[in-house]
Design a protein around this ligand. Sequence first.
Ligand SMILES: NC(=O)c1ccc[n+]([C@@H]2O[C@H](COP(=O)([O-])OP(=O)(O)OC[C@H]3O[C@@H](n4cnc5c(N)ncnc54)[C@H](O)[C@@H]3O)[C@@H](O)[C@H]2O)c1
Length: 341
Amino acid sequence: MNSLEYRAWISRHLEISKDVLYLTQDECRKIPITHEEILDKTEKALIAYSTKKAEMPAKIGIHPLKDTFFHAMPAYIPEEFACGIKWGSCYPENRERFGYSQANGLIIFNDHESGCPLCIMDCIYVTEMRTPAVSYVAAKYLAGRNTKTFGMIGSGVQGRQHVTNISKVLPQLESIYIYDTYEPAMDKLISDLQPGIRAKIIKARSYEEIAKSTEVLASATIITGKPEPKIKDAWIQKGQTLLLCDCHSLYEDATMKRADKYLLDSIEQHNLLIGYGYYPYGLPVVYGEMGEVAAGIKKGRESAEELIVCNNVGMAVEDMMVVRVLFDRALELGIGRKLPL
Ligand SMILES: NC(=O)c1ccc[n+]([C@@H]2O[C@H](COP(=O)([O-])OP(=O)(O)OC[C@H]3O[C@@H](n4cnc5c(N)ncnc54)[C@H](O)[C@@H]3O)[C@@H](O)[C@H]2O)c1
């Protein structure tokens, strides 16, 4: 289907420039999409970005309270006719203060031919699904083939999704260690997810235990304005793969700087974050972008001895790739409600 055919198809369901489709978080969750599709779309998004087949400026932000941020995240992927923006916030104390989730926001999906808004949706579901998918892509290329142990620091929205499907890309997994400063989050993760997962989920008692017990270690906790290291460099070994969804917050600078390969999702994005003060010691020498590895331009893991760090702060191309699928399916299936513009 070319761009104008796609537009004509949309017009059969929605009067462009007069209506938008509004999708709540619950409605997003009802749209059928498989884990494999999300993984595939996310990998394509990483490749499109790093091979310059997408337009995505680094996300700009505002920071109203300590350790909080809003990001404006626009992206355009010509091959998918997908363009739009996510306006997402991260407030780490939301649970304690208000009982809300840490991450919130809205996505606007636009018609790339006319610029008109087509859809407004809650962003929680898309963020929840595409962020772990980036870690899965990273694990696929950067982890050892026979990885038996995975660690997840943070048992919140992102941590739970990471644990749910990680064994699809690390099929030999035997143990999944989890660690969270809020014990009930770990208990709930185990009771909810263990029945559907072959690998045994083990509650680690400390950062040290999880760091020393796992070959691949992911984290999704909070992004602090400045790193607040909890994991000592001495606990991290050669051969490990560290997947960060929360920048350098948990790690000592020495670990980042001695990595044999240090990758980012977007070099431009992290350079902007330096300006906001997130990397007070500067970034390590960057080996490349995750999309370059997925595209085969750069090599992933080359030996069992490499310490590899992949720091993915999240990109709007990932959102727009998944949003395009959700929007199409919602229209097809009559999910959501049309609102007048
Ligand atoms: N890279 C990306 O694309 C991306 C996307 C979404 C969220 N994030 C980041 O992922 C993180 C988690 O997001 P979420 O939606 O899962 O949040 P959440 O609030 O649902 O979960 C966070 C969990 O981490 C725990 N935690 C907080 N500080 C901790 C620490 N120092 N050590 C161990 N556990 C700790 C909390 O108790 C909570 O259970 C945030 O930092 C967010 O900014 C990144």
